[in-house]
Design a protein. Structure first.
Length: 671
């Protein structure tokens, strides 16, 4: 065992930890920052924020992304909003409450100190983004507007219609551009990191491939920041952008970075259900819709069957024959229970035969806005002094209000499904969405490889076993704008005299050789099956046996099956074309090769955790009411895995104990 986990959580009261830590970390003086190079992999919100901030501070930054522009990073897809404890609504929000909700939402499997810091800096994120010109929605008085997300009883989610991620990314991108213009930030679009280079135990560079020319390049730096997003696409079908992958995180794992809680995957309850097997992506309908949409299935099985057979429309089912199962089971939170709870409840109803969708598995439930049309319509009629409006008028007015809030989401739904959600309820079903697991990092966001930092969805740190909505954007931006700029300086203070790191060394040569050998293997293998064939096969095992519900037997089977798929992949994959041009099959081959190892580790981690918590639901461990049953005695730890050679079964488990001093651990209850 070579890895020693040291979380480096500062001493002292939780309210003071971050402040004291900042006061005592080492600094790099402005006149020395130009002597230091930093590589950032990823220019989504986490990497873009870090790139802009570090370049603004005066470091030489090289940023990489595989898209043709940072503006296309997957963060652009975020719809619903970003949390912050500003308490504009006077509804009792505070830093502590955001901290508390996040720890509870994560089913008590997140690190207290990190989460408190996140809540603490959340307010500054909003200020910074407003200053950048991000057009957050505003209420009548001019203050920023807020809405609710699952797992909270306050309104703390800031939003820009249904395009929050896009607007935030444009803010970060313009901050980056300022520095690109000055020459402090060099942008490498359409470049993919394929190896980390470690020299004397420290991260000192990367090997990247220019995806357009195929050129293999060496880039050196004093520190490397990985902000490469999540690995949900290991399931093949997910809400993630199709290019999202786990290559960077897996590559650094193989070079010594512990991988934490790989099995913690978030399944989002409101996606458009799967149709057919030619689909390669699932579309998310934002959680914000649960503010105004009510979720239901028919109460009677025969109605559900008739709906699936196309003989009955949802609008024909009387109010008393509808089962608003979330409101029934969880009266306190209703439709705004956290995602894991809502997802499992939908699965339970569909497994019991009440699903409404006419797909292979009959899986789907309704998200219905009709009650909101009436509620908002009445309010609007009053506002407009319309007396005794007809029901028709009310509904028309209400639809307008809903359109203002979520219009682009409704249009997107109609474009994809052909159904008009103003006239008929949306059909939704859970899908893989976000990975709470990721590279283990200490309080300074440094992995177990010195000089290799990991931020945003790529690290494991802040969400525990389940992420509450609107918290990923908050974490990515907190990491990039407000945490890393401090903590990386503490590390880089040792490097002001090091000088430029040479790329002409055996370490770079060896890493480049590994990359070239792999590419050549793919191109000369001449197998008979496409990369997608293997990815789909992996995805099926992952969804069926490592998905929304897992058990020991299924997980053991999955571990073996994934190993078999991997062997077959290396034997029989076919990658056409050359390495000297754009070759998307070649790109995918490398990514799927890494997913095949990571997927196996996810199953191993899920098998190791003999409890249910958050998104990790082991059917053997549930209460009589079907809720998660944690085992805090045995499993209140972060599972951090150390790579130990090609046989993934040999990975070594390290444990970081989780201690809750400021929050009383309890069974999670949303009733
Ligand atoms: C449909 C959808 C809606 C969402 N809505 C919300 C929401 O409303 N609120 C919320 O808080 N969260 C939301 N999320 C989650 C949130 O969007 C993501 O968790 C977050 O944007 C991730 O940001 P990131 O910067 O960590 O990674 P990303 O935005 O995924 O960026 C990854 C970057 O890494 C680069 N990269 C990856 N691998 C390599 C490599 N090998 N070499 C070079 N570059 C590489 C990519 O090019 C990209 O620039 C949503 C997610 C989805 C899928």
């Amino acid at each position: 065992m070579s890895i020693k986990l040291d979380s480096r959580i500062p001493e002292g009261d939780i309210h003071e930890k971050w402040k004291n830590h900042k006061d005592h970390m080492r600094l790099v003086a402005p006149n020395n920052r130009g002597k230091i190079d930093v590589i950032i992999i990823g220019t989504g919100l986490a990497g873009g924020a870090a790139a802009a901030s570090l370049a603004e501070m005066g470091y030489n930054v090289k940023a990489f992304c595989y898209q043709d522009s940072p503006r296309r990073a997957h963060s652009i897809a975020a719809q619903g909003g970003i949390n912050a404890a500003k308490n504009y609504q006077n509804d009792g929000d505070s830093v502590y409450r955001l901290f508390y909700d996040t720890i509870k939402g994560g089913d008590y499997r997140a690190r207290e100190a990190n989460v408190y810091r996140l809540a603490e800096v959340s307010g500054s994120i909003i200020d910074q983004c407003v200053a950048q010109g991000v057009p957050f929605a505003r209420e009548y008085g001019g203050l920023l507007d807020n809405r609710s997300f699952g797992g909270t009883q306050v309104q703390r989610t800031f939003y820009a219609a249904g395009q929050t991620g896009q607007q935030l990314l444009l803010g970060a991108y313009s901050a980056m551009n300022r520095q690109i213009g000055k020459g402090r930030l060099q942008m490498f679009n359409r470049h993919e990191m394929l190896e980390l280079v470690v020299v004397d135990g420290k991260a000192r560079g990367i090997i990247a491939r220019d995806l357009v020319t195929g050129e293999i390049q060496r880039h050196s730096a004093h520190a490397v920041v990985i902000a490469s997003g999540g690995y949900g696409n290991v399931f093949f079908l997910s809400t993630n952008a199709m290019g999202s992958n786990g290559t960077s995180v897996w590559k650094i794992h193989k070079k010594g970075a512990a991988f934490a809680n790989p099995c913690f995957t978030q399944i989002h309850p409101t996606c458009i259900p799967v149709h057919g097997d030619q689909q390669s992506k699932l579309t998310l309908m934002s959680e914000s819709l649960r503010n105004d949409g009510r979720i239901w299935v028919p109460k009677k099985k025969e109605d559900a069957e008739a709906v699936r057979a196309g003989k009955l429309k949802p609008t024909d089912i009387a109010e008393e024959d509808r089962d608003y199962y979330l409101e029934r089971r969880y009266p306190a939170f209703g439709n705004l229970v956290p995602r894991d709870v809502a997802s499992r409840a939908a699965k339970e109803r569909c497994d019991a035969g009440f699903g409404i969708e006419n797909n292979a598995t009959g899986e789907g439930v309704y998200l219905d806005f009709s009650a909101s049309f009436v509620k908002y319509g009445k309010e609007k009629a009053n506002e407009l002094d319309i007396h005794n409006p007809s029901q028709e008028e009310i509904i028309k007015l209400g639809k307008k209000v809903v359109e203002e809030k979520y219009g682009n989401l409704f249009t997107m739904y109609e474009k994809i499904t052909g159904d008009n959600p103003y006239e008929t309820p949306m059909k939704i079903y859970p899908a893989v969405h976000y990975t709470m697991g990721g590279v283990w990092v200490d309080y300074n966001l440094m992995s177990s490889i010195p000089g290799c930092f990991v931020t945003g969805e790529a690290n494991f740190s802040d969400h525990g076993a389940n992420r509450l909505g609107a918290s990923a954007l908050m974490q990515g931006l907190a990491d990039g704008y407000f945490v890393l700029p401090y903590t990386i300086a503490d590390y880089l203070a040792d490097d002001i005299r090091t000088g430029t790191i040479s790329t002409d060394t055996p370490e770079f040569e060896e890493a480049e050789k590994q990359v070239n050998e792999r590419i050549q293997h793919f191109l000369t293998n001449k197998g008979s099956k496409t990369v997608d064939y293997f990815h789909k096969k992996l995805g099926r095992v992952m969804w069926n046996k490592v998905g929304m519900a897992r058990d020991a037997e299924g997980l053991k089977e999955a571990i073996k099956e994934i190993e078999e798929i991997r062997k077959e992949f290396w034997r029989d994959v076919k990658v056409p074309g050359s390495d000297k041009t754009i070759n998307m099959e070649l790109e995918k081959a490398g990514r799927v090769a890494d997913f095949l190892e990571l997927g196996q580790l996810m199953a191993i981690d899920a098998l190791n955790r003999n409890e249910s918590c958050g998104g990790h639901f082991r059917t053997e461990y549930q209460t009589e009411e079907g809720e998660t049953l944690r085992d805090d005695e045995q499993y209140s730890y972060v599972a951090a895995w150390e790579y130990n050679g090609e046989d993934i079964n040999q990975e070594i488990l390290h444990k970081e104990d989780l201690n809750y001093k400021y929050i009383k651990i309890a069974a999670r209850n949303y009733k």
